[in-house]
Ligand binder design. Structure first.
Ligand SMILES: Nc1nc2c(ncn2[C@@H]2O[C@H](COP(=O)(O)OP(=O)(O)OP(=O)(O)O)[C@@H](O)[C@H]2O)c(=O)[nH]1
Ligand SMILES: [Mg+2]
Length: 331
């Protein structure tokens, strides 16, 4: 054992020795690796710890496969206007961003692999609530396939990368490759049906280029934009200072491909605080169905304020609604 190991390392090692379960051992080993000084004298120890970690992870995954009941995503049900999954390399600030956007308290740590399970939380954007999900990291050594399931089930993805790291581009490639293995493709815009491979789930994705507050971030951001600017919307953010969070909220809403529509009764004002959320391209009939099936059956016509040629214009059931329209439904 090399001399002069820092006290944090020795503490983590003690925890490792005391640990009784595999997840506890993994946690302690990760902490040991994170605080171990990296130089020639610790090379062998580092390699040995990494080997043990990867073995423990394999054991953990095997034991999970054996337990058919283990599904860490089972408690997550879709809520609000849509579900957006935060995904990325270890330690890039996924949990910090989730907390800053929602007020949740997902665990943040200055070492990698600190989020073992998904954490859902609600984000307010104007008058809309959107569900975000924090996830464990994805790296070459570690990829929980159910993180792929979350991305597949979600409506969109935020790929978080670290502007403080020289691995920045690798972080994107590794995450995309792992998700491709489980047939999830991260894209700027959904392809036309004719261009789709039906086996693949395409997910609209924005890159949150996080830690824009750190030294060297702007230079890295420039490189990122040059190489990936035509493939993804890139939003520089800082979970620490709050920079870029409003823009990220807006982009998250836009990625849902949804519109907000308000209803009103004849002679009354609409309630602009509680919109109906519909897919882009929805009609008056879709709105009626969203309210109640019975309502849709009885629907005769409607009047629309907003996108219509004049305020309160009578329209048919197949009229395509636009963001912000106010609709009076007549049965
Ligand atoms: N300077 C700076 N530090 C940040 C920012 N966001 C996160 N951090 C720090 O980066 C470290 C990792 O943050 P986390 O939020 O735990 O990162 P994570 O991606 O959830 O990490 P894992 O769950 O382990 O993959 C912590 O020390 C945070 O305080 C940021 O915008 N700026
Ligand atoms: Mg985390």
């Amino acid at each position: 054992m090399p001399a002069n190991l820092p006290p944090e390392f020795l503490e983590a090692r003690e925890r490792f020795q005391r640990a009784e379960t595999i997840p506890e051992k993994i946690q302690a080993l990760q902490e040991m690796l994170a605080v171990l000084p990296k130089h020639k004298g610790t090379e062998k120890l580092y390699a040995d710890l990494r080997r043990r970690l990867s073995k423990l992870r394999q054991m953990e995954q095997q034991s999970r496969r054996g337990k058919s009941t283990f599904n860490p995503t089972a408690h997550i049900t879709k809520q609000g206007a849509g579900q957006v999954v935060l995904i990325g390399y270890p330690n890039v600030g996924k949990s910090s961003l989730l907390n800053a956007l929602t007020g949740a308290q997902s665990r943040v740590a200055d070492f990698p692999y600190s989020t073992p399970l998904p954490v859902p939380a609600m984000m307010q954007f104007e008058n809309v609530q959107i569900q975000l999900i924090d996830t464990p990291p994805i790296s070459r050594e570690y990829f929980e396939p159910w993180v792929g399931d979350l991305a597949r089930r979600g409506d969109a993805v935020v790929l978080v990368v670290d502007l403080g790291s020289d691995d920045l581009l690798d972080q994107i490639d590794v995450v995309r490759e792992c998700l491709r293995q489980v047939k999830v493709e991260l894209v700027l815009e959904l392809p036309m049906e004719a261009d789709c491979d039906r086996r693949i789930a395409y997910r609209r994705t924005a890159i949150a280029a996080n830690k824009v507050d750190v030294d060297g971030a702007l230079e890295r951001l420039e490189i990122l934009r040059e190489l990936y600017g035509d493939q993804f919307t890139i939003i520089p953010t800082s979970a620490l200072t709050g920079d870029g969070l409003d823009e990220l909220r807006k982009t998250i809403w836009q990625m849902l491909g949804a519109i907000r529509v308000y209803t009103k009764r004849p002679g009354e004002k609409p309630d602009l605080s509680s919109p109906f959320i519909l897919k882009r391209g929805s009609t008056v009939l879709d709105l009626a169905e969203a309210i109640h099936n019975d309502f849709a059956e009885r629907l005769k016509c409607a009047r629309v304020w907003g996108s219509a040629k004049f305020p309160g214009q009578p329209v048919e059931k197949d009229y395509v609604l636009q963001e912000g329209d106010i609709v009076e439904l007549h049965t």
